[in-house]
Each structure stands twice: as structure tokens, then as C-alpha cells.
Design a protein around this ligand. Structure first.
Ligand SMILES: Nc1ncnc2c1ncn2[C@@H]1O[C@H](COP(=O)(O)OP(=O)(O)OP(=O)(O)O)[C@@H](O)[C@H]1O
Ligand SMILES: [Mg+2]
Length: 368
């Protein structure tokens, strides 16, 4: 297996820069998830690593080997494509054996590898069927199996779960994570689904407009987003944002916005460094789970609570999403299912500013 390193990698299509100065070090055996909205350059980055697309600028290493000029077949990489296409007229077995046949792997070794991969993926009973006689999830596993049999140093997976229904996705997500543990291979997995990124990755690379926004463990990215894009993209329901001004009164710092003034507790991690931001505009970010139902949380001081108008109560079973507003400011709170909040009625919410995120409204960078 091998590490993968990108140094200052960029890609132009004509005058259009679709990947810009990507620097990434993926250690051997790591499961990295690249996540970002449609068109941000995820597939293009994978295709450059696979050698299917030229690199306009920068260097790509697999292990210690500079691969910029090495053809795809010699890179020891297997890619599962976004629109994985199995050969419809071939059996599952033939689909999985295809790449090995092309590489002149002897039949006995091919058979052993195909059966081992099929066992790993639970498709050993379908080896004689054609793809059309399989469910979507089974087809998906065969597509992954085609990559596994090649025993590559690096797996590249481009949204391999996007064609599956919600339940199968969750199941395949767990299966791919288990598979990674068993194969001990380096995997780069691309998705636009932040839940997949959070649940599967050892580390996450968040991209936007061809640029890396942040690289980190899922928890680090969730807890300490570097900018408003990352903060809003990772997490569901998304983080609430609100324009505000920081004020100081005596020794205390307050976040004041349209119709509210909330104290920032001294335990807020960046408190000591806020001096330069007093009397300046900031963006306050607060995740839905950091807004509580005040009735259920008497521990909040009155100054941390505000009356909101609740527009829609979304019951999820284990929890409830309250969609509401304070003045013009819309917000989502994620509260216990015991809440008495009702559609169209006012309800008191408690704001846990210890978990507040503050951003520079000009650069969108986090203030810490
Ligand atoms: N061969 C090409 N020629 C010109 N432009 C291209 C080409 N391939 C991709 N692009 C453009 O490059 C940008 C990045 O595309 P890419 O396929 O890498 O995005 P993506 O992040 O994988 O998106 P998605 O989530 O929709 O798959 C897009 O704006 C796309 O239109
Ligand atoms: Mg893509």
C-alpha cells in the first residue's frame, strides 16, 4: 500500500481553473473523504490522481514515486467511478475478473482473487448472474469488487453510493468502512454528502470552487470550522448564522444583533483574544443543537434566553427540529422530543454561547 501526496496541484480546462493549488498528504492506509458541492473539482482531482486527466501544474506522488507522467495502468490504483458501469452482458464473475484478464493474471490466481473479493463483499452467490439480475446495492458491491480484485496500492472511489436508496447507503457506508479496515488500503473517497464524510473518513478534505477549504478529522472540522463555508456545509441541520456586533461592558463581552444581546461566557475558548473585535461587526454561528428549549433547561440564566416564533415543528422521533425566527432572523433549534413547542406559537429558547462560532464578515474566516 502507499501514501498519496499532492503538491500544488492545479487543473485548467481552457481558461477555467477547476482545481487550484491543492496540497494534500495522505498517509499509507488512511481513509480520506473529499467532500464539497457539485462542480467543486472532486472528480477532476481523483482523475488526476488516477492519471486519467493531465495535471496542469504541481506534482502527484504515489509512495515516493512522482507519477505525473506515468500512465494510469502503471499507477497501481483502482477507481470506482461516479457512474460505475458494469458490463451488462457479462456475469458478475466476468465483470470482476475482467481487469485481471487484461493484465494476463493466470486463471487460477484470478479465480482465487475473484472468489476472495466476492466473499468479502457478500456477492459469492451471484457470480453467475448478469448485473440486471442484481439489486442496486449488489451491483454497487460488484463495482467495488472489480476494484478490490486488482489489489491496488490505492483505491479511489467517486461517489460510489450515490445511486443507492437511503437505507442501502447507510448499510454500504458501514460496509465500506469495514472493508477499509480489512484491506488496510489507502482510500480516497469522494462525496457531496457531508454525512458520508463525517461517518467514514479518518480525515475529511472540504473543497469549494477548486480549492481546499479545510483538512482535518471529522470531529475537528465539526467543532472548529476554519470558515463560514465549512461551518455551513458540515452538519445537518446546518449551522445558524446571524450578523452581530461584539460589545464590551465592564469585564463582559456581549454579542448584539437585531433584537438580541447575549453574553459570551468567559469560558468561550477564544475569549482572551477578542480585544481587536470589540465594537466591530462579526457573524455569529450557532449549531442547532446549541440552542435548547428553555422550558426543559432551567440551568440557563435568563439573559441567555430569547422568545422565538416557531413556524414549523419537525418531529424526528428521538429529537425535534424547531424552525423559527427572532425578529427577521430565522433559526433552527434541535431540542428534546419532550418539547411543548407548537407550530405558529411563541416559544422560549436558550442559547449556549459557550459553543458559539464567530466569523469575520469580510473574509468569512473563523475568529478564535
Ligand atoms: N472535460 C472537461 N472540460 C471542461 N470542463 C470540465 C471538464 N470536466 C469537468 N469540468 C468542469 O470542472 C468543474 C469541476 O468538475 P468536477 O467533475 O471535478 O466536479 P465534482 O466536484 O466532481 O462535481 P459533482 O459533485 O457534480 O460530481 C466543473 O465546473 C465542470 O463543469
Ligand atoms: Mg464528480
Amino acid at each position: 500500500m502507499a501514501a498519496v501526496t499532492l503538491k500544488g496541484v492545479s487543473k485548467m480546462f481552457g481558461t477555467n481553473a477547476v482545481v487550484q493549488d491543492v496540497n494534500l498528504e495522505i498517509p499509507d492506509k488512511e481513509f480520506v473523504v473529499m467532500v464539497g458541492p457539485s462542480g467543486c473539482g472532486k472528480t477532476t482531482t481523483l482523475r488526476m490522481i488516477a492519471g486519467l486527466e493531465d495535471v496542469t501544474e504541481g506534482e502527484i506522488y504515489i509512495g515516493n514515486r512522482l507519477v505525473n507522467d506515468i500512465p494510469p495502468k502503471d499507477r497501481d490504483i483502482a477507481m470506482v467511478f461516479q457512474n460505475y458501469a458494469l458490463y451488462p452482458h457479462m456475469t458478475v464473475y466476468a465483470n470482476m475478473a475482467f481487469a485481471l484478464k487484461r493484465r494476463n493474471v493466470p486463471p487460477a490466481a484470478t479465480d482465487q482473487r475473484v472468489r476472495a473479493a466476492a466473499g468479502l463483499l457478500g456477492v459469492e452467490d451471484f457470480l453467475d448472474r448478469t448485473p440486471k439480475a442484481l439489486s442496486g446495492g449488489q451491483r454497487q458491491r460488484v463495482a467495488v469488487g472489480r476494484a478490490i480484485v486488482r489489489e491496488p496500492e490505492v483505491f479511489l472511489m467517486d461517489e460510489p453510493l450515490s445511486n443507492l436508496d437511503a437505507k442501502l447507503r447507510v448499510q454500504m457506508r458501514a460496509e465500506l468502512s469495514k472493508l477499509h479496515n480489512r484491506l488496510q488500503a489507502t482510500m480516497i473517497f469522494v462525496t457531496h454528502d457531508q454525512t458520508e464524510a463525517m461517518t467514514m473518513g479518518d480525515r475529511i478534505v472540504v473543497m469549494k470552487d477548486g480549492r481546499v477549504q479545510q483538512i482535518g478529522t471529522p470531529l475537528d472540522i465539526y467543532k472548529n470550522p476554519d470558515n463560514m463555508f465549512v461551518a455551513g456545509f458540515i452538519g445537518s441541520p446546518a449551522m445558524n448564522f446571524c450578523n452581530a456586533v461584539l460589545e464590551q461592558s465592564a469585564e463582559r463581552v456581549f454579542v448584539r444583533g437585531e433584537g438580541f444581546r447575549l453574553p459570551l461566557p468567559p469560558s468561550w475558548p477564544g475569549h482572551a483574544k477578542l480585544g481587536a473585535w470589540i465594537n466591530r461587526e462579526v457573524v455569529l454561528g450557532l449549531r442547532p443543537e446549541d440552542i435548547d428549549d428553555a422550558d426543559l433547561h432551567p440551568e440557563y440564566a435568563a439573559e441567555c434566553c430569547l422568545d422565538a416564533t416557531i413556524d414549523v415543528v419537525e418531529m424526528m422521533g428521538n429529537e425535534v427540529f424547531l424552525n423559527g425566527s427572532i425578529g427577521e432572523q430565522e433559526l433552527v433549534a434541535r431540542v428534546e422530543s419532550e418539547t411543548s413547542a407548537r407550530d405558529g406559537a411563541p416559544h422560549r429558547l436558550a442559547f449556549n454561547l459557550r459553543k458559539a462560532h464567530l466569523f469575520d464578515p469580510v473574509t468569512s474566516a473563523a475568529i478564535r
